[in-house]
Design a protein around this ligand. Sequence first.
Ligand code: ASP
Length: 616
Amino acid sequence: MTYTERSGCGTLAPSDVGSAVQLAGWVDALRDHGDVLFIHLRDRSGIIQVVFSPKFMSPEDCTLADSLRNEFCICVTGRVIRREHNTENPNIGTGVIEVVADTLVVLNRSRALPFSISEKAMVSGAAVGGVETVGEDLRLKYRYLDLRRPTIQGNIIKRHKINKCVRDYLDQQGFIEVETPMLTKSTPEGARDYLVPSRVHPKKFYALPQSPQLFKQLLMVSGLERYYQLARCFRDEDLRPNRQPEFTQLDMEASFIDEEFIYHTTEELIVRMFAVGGIALSAPFPRMTWQEAIDTTGSDSPDIRFGLRLVELTDVLTNTSYGILQQVIKRGGIIKGINIKGQSDRLSKNVLQNEYAKKIVPSFGAKGMTWMRMTGGRLESNIVQFFSDEEQQAIITRLGAHDGDVLVIIADASHARVNKVLGMLRLHMAERLDLIPREVHCPVWVTDFPLFEVHGKNVTSTHHPFTAPDRTDFDPNDKGALAALKSRSYDIVINGEEIGGGSIRINNIDVQHKIFQALGLAEDEIKDKFGFFLRSLRYGAPPHGGLAIGMDRVVSMILGTSSIRDVIAFPKNRSAFCPLTEAPSAVSDKQLAEAGLLEAVGVGWVDGKKVVKFTP
Ligand code: ASP
């Protein structure tokens, strides 16, 4: 059988009426009308109704048609006709036509299915069985069947289109796609490495890359000037619902550039990627410093689709006689509030006091919450009497309060705690009161992150150690100075989700060395882990910078899927397990021994069989 004449099921149109066609695909659904059998035939392009009738087919083919079941793989030839009036099916794109078959070949049969694949009813208005109630592990075990479902297959095809648009744009901009090693040495991105034992170098291990960071920088030293890769990255982190142990980054790096180049290139790229999904974004994207993001939203991944900004009140309450706040101010703390505009009717005293002040806010880590409501031009609550008239007026003015508004206030000696708790409260209130416009996408750059996170003696990089600091004259042993350093970094955040980030890098060996010292690495450790990289900086390393975007996340956001697993062909489940292949799985002692993880200690005989004994 040849398929040279084959048409796509979903490509047939009323203009094909009268044509002879050959179709091949899977039986999506069947409807038996005694003599006449109707099926939905599905291939990658879509679905068409095929009619098997003894009027047009041999008795043998009619008998064969009777044996058809869901997901049989078949080939038919026939003629396209217009459907009779009132039998059109608006559920499918080809619903006004059908194919009357004259021959049928069953290419392969299918067992009864573990779950229903069909997503389109054969008659207008009828219900179809969805997979909503099917456990995800069952779907993943039979992923090849799950991927036959038009929705999920459509996601994978759209992902391809997004990848293609990325490649086309970056190629136009002079970026070169380069593959970097999978079996490599550890690159620090803050997670644990997946290790691969080497058989030829016993007791030695490769690490799977957490990102191609060092290689892309080496490519800049190599003079490639502009690099990109749709790179697979591996991070052994704790489980989270939307996290995969391996994931794909659009990884980029360029030489002789500054932050503006990165902003411009990335914005254009993101606008084009979203356009593939029919979402119009407009560039340039707004920018916020890390400090501004924390101060106004309490988060370094701010969701700016809605207001509810955090506003500082400490200065207008410095002389307050309200004891709790007095204490906080004395201890160098801060007082901040949010105006929840016009929500007075939806936030009762009971909800504010008994739910938020007593339960929700303490569960976020604060001791309590003060709330007030604006009515008749005045503030009202169980604590307003502790504020003078001037203080009340100052609060009203600072928070821009009007009748019907609810004000929530948090005070604490720890500035970080106030911001964190108010940030969580902001999101909680927005969700509860349905203040988040769901169809909107709001990108924002967050810049100037602290270079380091300093906790007592412990210093870690906020991003990674190759990020350029805002100044280079720091003392690596002065923790206070380290905590004050900012980085030349930028994250791109959409709707409160960090989807990518990067930085201008260090290309000076002394600065890079000082950063390693600041991180508390001893000389021999620096040499052992990063000697190869530091060496490269001695040979005219150009100024460079780059960024990486989490593709699984972005594609999931563009396609509006609830899980990133719906845009990955063969994902792991929530426990980092693959129900299809059952990886990870045990391996034999022999394989462990070959990998140098077990020693063979001798050969023995058990029940007449030769057995090798091993020990770790
Ligand atoms: N390698 C970084 C990451 O994986 C991105 C970058 O700095 O370009 O987050």
